[in-house]
Design a protein around this ligand. Structure first.
Ligand code: G3I
Ligand code: 9MR
Length: 535
């Protein structure tokens, strides 16, 4: 008989804020007693029993909860549940800011075209790769090659994709726009940390400088800058195959227009340049509303293909209308907004919502503004309802478990944070913190899903530099894609259940890759919680 003491307790591995709800979960169908011990005094500070809370269908497991919310004093504690191995947890007033800094610093590690200096990158320093100083357009060999330098690598691969860059850059701009005071105070040791600008703006500029180079003279935007095939697991400077700008696409051009418009509100000195680029992009899509991108015959890298572009059209037009203070145009777009949905690279309507709510109140009638706000609050209330009925008390549903599921969770948390900022209802913050708990350990895999944080975090991520650098620790601060049972790679998975199908292995690009668009909502959420810690 297996000794019951091998049972696991799953809990946030990053630490809790003093007054947040605190739940530990077990996969168990028996009630057990538990004790919380203060590690400093070695005194028991709580004795109670777990409660059975049904089955988590997505994991196929019965779940019991240990509610330790009563522990509010900062410190370190041991949770001992009868029949299970003890777990250590911490309570800290300023718990998430350090992880925030790591999550945004990940973008520095992802910079293309520059060497990472040990002074900033520590043991993850590396030579420069992918100068991209002379890039041809794939199908137009007669066009002169152009510089398309800088930018971030998309993910575990080294290509630069405009569509995915769009939601990423916007989300980081959003973090700054919504929490400027927080960002004026924080530094995470990048080469620009000593200048006048907030570090996050310097990081964003690294990518914007590349993004502007992807626009052709006619206003259209090349879909991506890529090699024909994915490189092997080598360092950037060893991945030297020719890179091309591919065909232009409507999706890329719309994402570009949206980001340029939003950036025009942030970077005063570049306002005219960015607005001009956005205007030309919007003109191009009027002529080419259906240039759907498919990989060219000889191209086998990420496609980011999308044939439903009404959301991208709306988002781009909303951003441009806001930045040009065009009430009438904005009103027309707002009339057609559908219900709020969780954002993703392919589904961007909610990004427009966020801009309307936080940057455009003055441009709308109060009834139009209220309508938009109510739509977001409805979404937030819906998440709260899901949470309350959930075996783990986390707002997740089966359809969240797609490629990049952890980012689905963080995008939900971002919308909940915005709802919380607008309308200080603590249940929105509870739901957002429950999602942070989920990615930091309150799940049934045993993992905290951010590299370098937690007692057990991913080690063998699908990230070429981490795989190739001969350094045991992966590059820190990256949120991995997370559980989902599509099994779109060659790994053998421990489970077929959506919420259990995760593998910490290089082969698992469908669950263990990292990506700029997945880290961005993590950055947003941790900034928002750190900037407004009170619930
Ligand atoms: O559109 C269908 C939808 O109709 C269906 O209901 C659903 C069911 O699973 O699938 C949807 O398609 C999914 C698609 O994403 C759109 O969400 C595919 O199954 C899924 O395989 C696909 O995953 C994308 C993956 O690339 C493969 O194309 C991820 O979203 C995307 O994040 C990921 O991005 C890759 C880049 O291509 C290359 N660089 C790394 C990056 C991260 O892994
Ligand atoms: O490494 C690639 C990863 O970045 C992509 O997300 C993934 C899906 O497009 O593809 C990976 O590359 C794999 C290729 O598609 C198939 N052969 C194995 C490659 C990874 O080792």
């Amino acid at each position: 008989k297996t000794p019951a003491s091998s049972d696991s307790v799953f809990i946030n591995q990053w630490g809790f804020l003093p007054h947040q709800n605190k739940l530990a979960v077990l996969s168990s169908d028996t009630v057990r007693s538990f004790t919380v011990t203060d590690l400093k005094t070695n005194q028991a500070v709580m004795k109670s029993k777990t409660e059975l809370n049904g089955t988590w269908q997505e994991a196929g497991k019965a779940v019991a909860l240990a509610d330790i919310s009563g522990i509010t004093s900062p410190g370190e504690y041991r949770l001992s549940v009868e029949g299970a191995s003890p777990q250590i947890f911490a309570v800290r007033p300023d718990n998430y800011a350090t992880i925030h800094d790591a999550a945004i610093k990940a973008y520095y590690y992802a910079r293309a075209g520059v060497a990472l200096d040990p002074a900033f990158a520590g043991k993850w320093h590396r030579p420069a790769g992918h100068p991209d100083n002379s890039v041809k357009v794939l199908d137009l060999p007669d066009l002169p090659a152009s510089p398309r330098q800088k930018g971030w690598y998309d993910a575990g691969d080294y290509n630069k994709y405009v569509v995915n860059s769009g939601i990423t850059t916007y989300t980081l701009l959003r973090a700054y726009l919504d929490h400027p005071a927080f960002y004026r105070e924080r530094y995470w040791n990048i080469p620009e940390s000593m200048n006048e600008r907030a570090d996050i703006l310097d990081e964003i500029l690294w990518n914007l400088d590349w993004l502007v180079t992807m626009q052709a003279d006619d206003g259209g935007v090349y879909h991506k800058l890529t090699t024909l095939d994915f490189a092997g697991p080598v360092m950037p400077h060893k991945a030297t195959k020719t890179r091309y700008a591919t065909a232009k696409s409507t999706a890329a051009t719309l994402n570009f227009a949206a980001v340029m418009s939003a950036a025009a509100r942030v970077f005063e000195d570049k306002r005219e340049v960015y607005l001009d680029a956005a205007r030309q992009a919007l003109e191009w899509v009027r002529q080419h509303p259906q240039r759907y991108y498919r990989n060219e015959q000889n191209v086998h890298t990420g496609e980011y293909g999308d044939t439903y572009l009404e959301d991208e059209f709306r988002w781009a037009r909303i951003e441009y209308a806001i930045s040009t203070s065009n009430s009438e145009a904005l009103r027309a777009q707002v009339q057609t907004l559908p219900a709020v949905s969780t954002p993703s690279w392919a589904s961007v309507d909610s990004l427009g919502y966020l801009s309307v709510l936080n940057d455009a109140q003055a441009l709308l009638s109060s009834s139009d503004y209220q309508k938009v706000k109510t739509a977001l609050l409805d979404y937030a209330d819906h998440q709260v309802n899901i949470m309350q009925a959930h075996a783990l008390r986390v707002p997740t549903v089966v359809s969240d478990f797609v490629w990049g599921s952890n980012a689905v969770m963080m995008n939900k948390a971002m919308l909940l944070e915005v709802a919380f900022a607008l309308e200080k209802r603590s249940r929105y913050r509870d739901a957002s913190l429950a999602l942070v708990d989920y990615i930091s350990g309150r799940n049934l895999t045993g993992f905290s899903f951010v590299t370098g944080f937690g007692s057990r975090s991913p080690r063998f991520i699908h990230h070429r530099p981490s795989q190739a650098d001969n350094i045991a620790d992966p590059v820190p601060g990256w949120l991995v894609g997370g559980p989902q049972n599509g099994h779109q790679d060659e790994c053998k998975y421990p489970s077929d259940m959506p919420a259990m199908s995760y593998l910490d292995a290089w082969c698992s690009y469908s669950t263990n890759e990292v990506a700029i668009n997945w880290n961005a909502p993590l950055v947003y959420v941790l900034a928002s919680i750190s900037a407004m810690p009170d619930t």
